[in-house]
Design a protein around this ligand. Structure first.
Ligand SMILES: Nc1ncnc2c1ncn2[C@@H]1O[C@H](COP(=O)(O)OP(=O)(O)OP(=O)(O)O)[C@@H](O)[C@H]1O
Length: 255
């Protein structure tokens, strides 16, 4: 197997806070990785560095063997990367379908207006509708995105990520704010995405679901990796356990 994503000594500091303190790891094609850690561990910061939304102070981000550390997000998308955000960010005044069509266009160009003009409307609409159906949003195509409840908005966020035909998706808290039933459905959808051959890196606080679906856990604490490996083994490590208990977090995985 070859690494689709590699981090080499990645670090960033915000004022007095070393948010990420030298992270190195490789994610193999087809992997399903949970990136976990207590509040403030540096997970979102690391995801933002991988996506090109933050420039690290040092270190390298390598996608599919290409060093993209100095490249903008659009170039990384063209290398096969897609990202969903912790806070959902659809274009609320556009239809659900157009949100996905637009995201597909961004795979070709980094400018949103040109992205919409670039795509062949009918072909892309059909493709967007198929992607929406694959995440359980068939029938919502003509609704305004702003009218969707949170559970469906989270699915739309996933559909927008899939629209760029990614090799790797970074999912930042895709279950946050969802009730138990919605979270289970969303997990099933994410598992289906993975079964299609897409590599998944998941940041998530819902450890019960993380333990259920991830094949590998990378644990961050204070910006450094304190655990990496098979989920049950990682969670049994006293260092990882202490980081969670010290952070006041209850892990369902302990049961
Ligand atoms: N733009 C910023 N300016 C200053 N400090 C920041 C900034 N972004 C993050 N931080 C700090 O960096 C550290 C890591 O934050 P980050 O949001 O990456 O953690 P996290 O693991 O995603 O946390 P959570 O699970 O609570 O979302 C925290 O101490 C946070 O306050």
């Amino acid at each position: 197997m070859s690494a689709v994503l590699q981090l080499d000594d990645v670090a960033i500091r915000f004022g007095g806070v070393q948010a990420v303190g030298g992270v190195s790891c490789a994610v193999e094609a087809g992997d399903f990785v949970g990136l976990i850690g207590p509040n403030g561990a540096g997970k979102t910061t690391l995801i933002r560095i991988i996506a090109g939304l933050l420039r690290p102070d040092r270190g390298k981000v390598i996608l599919g063997g290409i060093d993209v550390t100095g490249d903008p997000t659009s170039a990384r998308v063209r290398c096969g990367l897609a990202l969903t955000h912790q806070i959902v960010r659809p274009f609320r005044e556009m239809t659900v379908l157009d949100n996905v069509v637009l995201a597909a266009g961004i795979g070709y160009t980094s400018e949103p207006l040109r992205a919409l003009l670039h795509v062949s409307r009918r072909r892309e609409s059909e493709r967007a509708a198929a992607i929406l159906a694959s995440v359980g949003l068939a029938g919502t195509e003509r609704k305004l995105a702003g009218a969707l409840p949170l559970g469906q908005l989270k699915r739309l966020e996933l559909a927008r990520a899939l629209a760029v035909s990614p090799k790797v998706v970074l999912l930042d808290e895709p279950l946050a704010g969802l009730n138990h039933t919605e979270a289970s459905k969303q997990v099933e959808t994410i598992s289906e995405v993975h079964q299609r051959g897409i590599t998944v890196v998941l940041v998530e606080h819902n450890l019960e679901e993380v333990m259920r679906i991830c094949r590998r856990l990378i644990v961050l604490n204070n910006g450094i990796v304190i655990g990496d490996g098979e989920p049950r083994e990682v969670m049994a490590d006293p260092v990882v356990h202490d980081a969670y208990v010290g952070g006041g977090m209850v892990t369902h995985a302990e049961a």
